[in-house]
Design a protein around this ligand. Structure first.
Ligand code: PMP
Length: 425
């Protein structure tokens, strides 16, 4: 990549959440192998982000490459209307087998946000079909994040800016306070008062409760008590409200359970998966639902969604290989050991005056600062340390590929602590 390429990029290509003026520095990457990204100038960085939760087995994995290559020889894509294929059938079988018990039907789509849109449609159509025609709104919690499409934005934290930017255009949903009791900390049942009131007073209008189980990701990297989720499940049952679990970030082992709702022993009516589904190889997602939901929708109608790239065979094949790869290893002890290394490696940050909190759950490590970082200044500092970490706001966080070694984890944590130390108080 030449200087000219980078200037063209700056002038013509949108990157996530960027302005076309005052752009952050871009780092040109030419290849990636295992846990390492190689930049244009030859520098190698240890990847702490797993390309936003997704590359769990590392980059350029021979088994995942092979799965795509084999499928490429058969067909790269085919429409899913009226046609079906083995990679989709195999994948649906696998997802049903490993996900919580009542989930029996799978809708394949092409991104996490769309998986959330489909989940919301399922919930609304279910309530319509079962005669609860007034149940048209979603209940959710503050500090949540569910994607960038319109219905998904409507259930994102109202403070995130999307609500103000698109005022009037977003469906009006109901927000309970964010869960407060920390994961494995002291459980404070009083925190349910406000959400119980919302259920009591508004249940006639509520189709579904949507939540990220245990980890609120982009809305603050907060780990909350499993008791909260268990209570929400009970309230949903009591008031004929469906529970949608958005496990797009947490699914496939990241928190130490295959699905984070297992920490609470809770099964949702609808489950959204994405990101790590293909080991981060392709844009792909799935929405699973229970027999009860699918039968009600299907009695007199159809589920009103059908994307062009639904169940893309390359994506299904690599997803099959990725799920097999995960299940064939002792993934839970891998996650437990990453957790221990993150706790140890990030501990020195805790005593710095600029740090408000350090928390670790499974293969997720978070350092919350007292002040938001200046990205223009901070991003190059991580690169100088030989690590790829992309903070937002006050949060410096990592969720590395599961294949990261102890030595690489130590370097990653050391680099983070060095940068935060240099930021000063
Ligand atoms: N839900 C959650 C919990 C997510 O973390 C994300 C992505 N950050 C999404 C939904 C949206 O997924 P995508 O970016 O693939 O549309």
């Amino acid at each position: 990549m030449s200087e000219d390429d980078l200037c063209f990029d700056a002038d013509h290509i949108w990157h996530p959440y960027t302005s076309m003026q005052n752009r952050y520095q871009m780092f040109p990457v030419v290849s990636a192998e295992g846990v390492q990204l190689t930049l244009n100038d030859g520098r190698q960085l240890i990847d702490g982000m797993a390309s936003w939760w997704s590359v769990i087995h590392g980059y350029n994995h021979p088994k995942l490459n092979e799965a795509i290559q084999q499928q490429l020889g058969l067909m790269a894509h085919v429409m899913f209307g009226g046609l079906t294929h083995k990679p989709a059938i195999e994948l649906a079988r696998k997802l049903i087998a490993i996900s919580p018990e009542p989930l029996q039907q799978v809708f394949f789509s092409d991104s996490g946000s769309v998986a959330v849109e489909v989940a919301i449609k399922m919930a609304l159509q279910y309530q319509q079909a079962t005669g609860n025609t007034q149940k048209r709104r979603l209940l959710t919690v503050k500090r949540g994040y569910h994607g960038d499409t319109f219905s998904a934005m409507s259930v994102c934290d109202p403070e995130q800016g999307m609500h103000t930017l698109f005022q009037g255009g977003l469906p009006k949903q109901l927000f309970a306070p964010a869960p407060q009791s920390p994961f494995k900390g002291a459980w404070q049942p009083e925190e349910l008062t406000a959400v119980k009131q919302l259920f009591e007073q508004q249940h006639a209008e509520i189709a579904a409760f949507i939540i990220e189980p245990i980890v609120q990701g982009a809305g603050g990297m907060r780990f909350y008590a499993s008791e909260y989720l268990a209570e929400i499940r009970k309230l949903c049952n009591q008031y004929q409200v469906l529970l949608i679990a958005d496990e797009i970030a947490t699914g496939f082992g990241r928190t130490g359970k295959l699905f984070a709702c297992e920490h609470a022993g809770v099964a949702p009516d609808i489950l959204c998966l994405g990101k790590a589904l293909t080991g981060g190889y392709m844009s792909f997602a799935a929405t699973l639902c229970s027999d009860e939901v699918s039968q009600a929708i299907s009695k007199d109608g159809v589920l009103m969604h059908g994307p062009t790239f639904m169940a893309n065979p390359l994506a299904c094949s690599v997803a099959n290989a990725s799920v097999d790869l995960l299940l064939a290893q002792n993934w839970s002890s891998t996650i437990a050991s990453i957790e221990q290394e993150l706790i140890k490696g990030l501990a020195p940050c805790s005593s710095l005056p600029q740090v408000a909190d350090v928390r670790v759950l499974g293969a997720i490590g978070v350092v919350e600062l007292q002040q938001p970082v200046d990205m223009h200044r901070v991003q190059p500092m991580f690169v100088e340390q030989g690590i790829w970490v992309r903070p937002f706001g006050k949060l410096v966080y990592v969720m590395p590929p599961y294949i990261i070694s102890k030595e690489q984890l130590a370097l990653l944590c050391q680099g983070i602590c060095n940068v935060i130390t240099r930021l000063g108080g």
